[in-house]
Design a protein around this ligand. Sequence first.
Ligand code: NAP
Length: 291
Amino acid sequence: MVAQRLDGKACSQEVEADLSARIQTCIENGIIPHIAVIIVGKDPASHVYVGAKIKACERLNLKSTHIELSADTKQEELRDIVDKLNQDDSVHGILIQSPLPNNLDEEELTDLIDPKKDVDGFHPTNLGRLVQGRTDGMLPCTPSGVMRLLEWAGIETKGKRAVVIGRSQNVGMPQALLLTARGADSTVTIAHSKTDNIPELCKSADIIVAAVGRPEMVKAEWVKSGAVVVDVGVNRVDDSSRERGWRLAGDVSPEVKEIASWLSPVPGGVGPMTVAMLMENTVRSAENNLN
Ligand code: NAP
């Protein structure tokens, strides 16, 4: 078996086409959907991610304000910026690019964002709604992007056994909640760094979502024939055969494609879906201002 490609690029283009029409309606009603993106410091990967988000805004005619701050920015300064953005009615989404430098308290700043403008979906109010099974609000972009990708491919999740590897607040935990929510109806096991025998757990799964940050950790022999495998991981690994000396690798070994029925590529799988869901959250927030 050679796995079909869970093509996040193709799926995200369909999401964007749908968003374009919704953005047009907003603009015709005098509302320009607007996201403010705050980035602190010089972390190269973060700048690449923010660049992809800004480009998506440009493609979609969505206004973006890019606030770039030096690594020595103080917590109070950031608090003031978030406060002003919360009060600015022309801003519909606020995103603080993670990770922040160690001297800053990311959690405190996330808590300050108006939950209605929390387009990352990390505010306790929005995560709390998700725990309540209310999936109609601001959902974290990466796991909701995975759900949209599964739906796009026509993959049934109801009654399936899913294993999510990773329990982070932004990916693994909300992913497990979304898979088990009413409507998706999977039976979910969450694995993490203290879980015994992850290969055996995976072997029993119909759906595996790997969100670990360990290059090519999920091996072909962990995967049941015909399982669906979603690779969230983005890891930089040394590769002397490339001019730049490195390549991107997911959390799943490439040979899994000989066993799985569906596999998401890295890059081109979950990454574009994350950006598309961010755009969708921003548009949804703007639409809340329509009469
Ligand atoms: P994270 O916060 O570092 O969480 C990693 C999770 O993996 C933790 O729950 C950790 O367990 C678990 N883990 C670590 N080593 C493990 C092991 N050997 N066996 C089992 N579990 C292990 O990372 P994250 O933010 O969730 O991101 C995960 C990956 O997804 C990263 O590669 C990241 O770059 C990528 N990512 C991609 C996108 C995208 O749009 N494509 C978006 C976000 C993240 P403990 O909780 O026990 O420590």
